[in-house]
Design a protein around this ligand. Structure first.
Ligand code: IVH
Length: 684
């Protein structure tokens, strides 16, 4: 075939395939069978193999729709709120009593339905046609993910209802999820392709919806469950008396609704329904993390309304963490970057709360002894949401007598040097530690930590490359990274010129990072990002820190005696001084941009104020929000406590937001946060 003939046939095929893609993804009415489509597609790819430049303008480059540059923000027509949580039957009774007090002497009817553990979405139908789909975002504005949602085959593009029943504009609310089976398959594929598996089905669904290229989304087994309405245009002829009729209508319109719902008239019945749901929810295609209790009557709902975050007429009941039993096959030892030896349970793989678990941390030797965990034991493991699975205890009734007590090794499994009980450390008397600073596990750990996103943020410096670099003897400490050459990198297995150059560019860019990142990246025992920032606020540069004694360091916020000792010791050690000198010679920035001179600190707007950031903010990246807080003298903490002054919450904020609300900590959305900054900075 000549090139011209090939090009002509390619153009024909490309046109046909584009039309079929449109029919399939956009109109949801495929015009040919999958096999027929595959035949056309294969012919197209064959031609592209013969004449590679044909691929430049080909549907093979974009199957599910044009890749997007970024998602467009869209405002919801009515806000998407969240739900308050309850964790006990007593709290459910309290909720019922609370609503009854708001509606005295009225008969109340409730519904119970599964809390689908997916990603909240808002669908807009105009005259019955699906026109827009969005994520929740901050509740007011979400991302336009219409193209991605169109790839979900169970989401109808036209509602199956007579025109008279179709409101001009209708918002339908629900959840996109990945089926349990689909999640397992997807993770197996990712692992086979050397890709990081997703932690759970919800992350996988969220990650899928965030793909800018909908052809990748189309390949993910996503599904939907719709459970409510948002805005319904005024002129609409349809009026719903209760939630039960809303669900019925949605179902008749061709939308998928939650698997099963219960109707209840008392707290006792609600509790029974919650228990029944707990029994059957494991058979559902999606993960559930709770039950949602809703007041059935729409009129009653309207009378009691909403708090700023959630409806007063609905609440979520969260089920306790899921547990499973499995066999402990072996105990292995992991050596961390500070030399700490952590025992790890190697388990017979077991499916738990959405993923297959084969390893769980056993924390330390004391924990192992306290729980009397032996090799060969049947153990109970637990996993709550995204939390790392943990071994809760031994099922003693299943002991056979053949179990083996695990003895901690006397030598490091990596470098074979003798291990010691940690002294003076946080975990004093608990952790075994390898004190050989040259231990390859520690060397690798220190370099990975330096490259990590929260530290120097050097892209590519993950486990695999670092292990290769250390293995090949090219890097022994973080300063060695700064003399790596392109030739050295490309001599490594599976390392192409492009990746090598990217890594070098990342290393170069890291030279400009702020002092606190350097301090954190150095991996000084007990110096986390928080302590590193406190130091960098207090001192203008690294030299100023290395000169002070431990006692002076304890005067700084967040720096206790143990941390102060650790810093002073690190700074005075000859090998570390040499390392710092080499980093300086390589051109790293040792100056602090968040340094606040003493007398200025008192006057800063947020001095002494602690913020916690949670969820995804609509426009600000987390680091940007943190930088604003720190520039105004405030501190950013990772966890919510009574001492927290403000929580800034974005989309999909989870337990931190819940905790803030339960402690009565002030919660701001991004707009509120920006307003607060503006007002404070203006006051200064
Ligand atoms: S109703 C105004 N029903 O859980 C209240 N939400 O933790 C609207 N969710 O934001 C929510 N299943 O994303 C409702 N059957 C269900 C649900 C459900 C899952 C999600 C939803 C909500 C979040 C609150």
């Amino acid at each position: 075939m000549t090139q011209t003939v090939a090009a002509r046939r390619h153009a024909e095929l490309a046109d046909q395939i584009r039309a079929h893609d449109h029919a399939y993804y956009v109109l949801a009415s495929p015009t040919i069978s999958d096999q027929e489509y595959d035949r056309l597609y294969r012919e197209l790819l064959d031609l592209e193999k013969q004449v590679p430049e044909l691929a430049n303008d080909s549907p093979s480059q974009r199957v599910g729709g044009e890749p997007l540059k970024a998602f467009k923000p869209v405002e919801h027509l009515s806000p998407m709120r969240s739900l308050d949580n309850t964790y006990s039957q007593a709290e459910v009774r309290e909720f019922v009593a609370r609503v009854q007090r708001l509606l005295p002497n009225e008969k109340l009817e409730w519904t119970v339905e599964p809390k689908v553990d997916g990603v909240a979405i808002n669908l807009r139908y105009e005259h019955g046609k699906f026109v827009l789909g969005a994520t929740r975002g901050d509740g007011t504005t979400g991302d336009d993910i219409t193209t991605n949602l169109r790839t979900i085959r169970t989401l109808p593009h036209s509602l199956k209802k007579p025109v008279s029943e179709l409101p001009e504009v209708l918002e339908v609310r629900g959840e996109v999820y990945l089926t349990r089976a689909g999640f397992l398959k997807l993770n197996a594929q990712r692992e086979a392709g050397d890709e990081e598996p997703f932690a759970n089905a919800r992350n996988a669904a969220a990650g899928s919806l965030k793909q800018l290229d909908s052809r990748l989304v189309a390949a993910r087994p996503l599904d939907v469950a719709l459970y409510g309405l948002g805005h319904v245009s005024e002129s609409s002829q349809i009026h719903f008396a209760d939630h039960t009729s809303v669900l019925r209508w949605l179902k008749e319109a061709g939308l998928k609704i939650p698997e099963k719902t219960w109707r209840c008239v008392s707290a006792d019945e609600l509790i029974q329904a919650i228990e029944e749901l707990d029994q059957v929810r494991r058979n559902f295609a999606y993960e559930t993390d709770g039950a949602v209790i809703k007041l059935n009557s729409i009129a009653q709902r309207e009378r009691i309304g909403f708090t700023s975050k959630a409806p007063r007429w609905a609440i979520a009941y969260k089920y306790a963490a899921e547990q499973a039993e499995t066999k402990l096959r072996a105990i292995t030892i992991q050596v961390g970057r500070t030399g700490t030896l952590t025992p790890v349970a190697e388990l017979e793989p077991v499916f738990l709360a959405g993923s297959t678990i084969s390893r769980a941390t056993l924390h330390n030797e004391d924990e192992l002894r306290r729980k009397d965990i032996r090799i060969g034991d049947t153990v109970t493991i637990e996993k709550a949401g995204e939390v790392i699975p943990a071994v809760v205890g031994v099922v003693l009734t299943k002991r056979t007598g053949n179990e083996i007590i695990f003895h901690f090794p006397a030598n490091c499994p990596e470098c074979h040097s003798p291990v010691v009980r940690a002294v003076g450390a946080e975990e004093a008397g608990v952790a075994w530690r390898c004190v050989n600073p040259e231990c390859p596990a520690q060397v690798r750990g220190r370099i990975e930590h330096w490259c990590a996103r929260g530290a120097m943020d050097i892209e590519g410096g993950g486990e695999v490359l670092v292990s290769q670099l250390v293995g090949a003897g090219l890097v022994r400490n973080v300063a060695d990274l700064y003399s790596l050459t392109l030739e050295q990198l490309t001599s490594l297995e599976r390392m192409g010129t492009k990746s090598a150059q990217n890594f070098l560019d990342g290393i170069e860019a890291s030279k400009k990072r702020d002092l606190w990142r350097v301090l954190f990246g150095l991996g000084i025992l007990h110096v986390g990002a928080g302590a590193a920032k406190s130091l960098a606020r207090h001192f203008p540069n690294l030299d100023a820190i290395s000169e002070v004694a431990a006692i002076q360091l304890t005067e700084i916020d967040d720096i206790g005696e143990v941390i102060a000792q650790s810093i002073a010791q690190w700074m005075h050690q000859e090998s570390n001084r040499k390392l710092v000198d080499r980093l300086r010679a390589a051109g790293l920035n040792f100056n602090s941009s968040i340094y606040v001179p003493r007398d200025a600190e008192e006057q800063k707007a947020f001095s002494g104020k602690t913020f916690v950031l949670t969820g995804t903010l609509p426009t600000l990246k987390r680091e940007e929000a943190a930088a604003k807080i720190e520039a105004a003298g405030g501190k950013v903490s990772g966890s919510v406590s009574k001492k927290t002054d403000y929580v800034v919450a974005g989309a999909d904020a989870g337990s931190k937001l819940e905790k803030a609300l339960s402690l009565g900590v002030l919660v701001l959305d991004e707009a509120g946060f920006l307003k607060l900054i503006d007002s404070k900075v203006a006051d200064e």
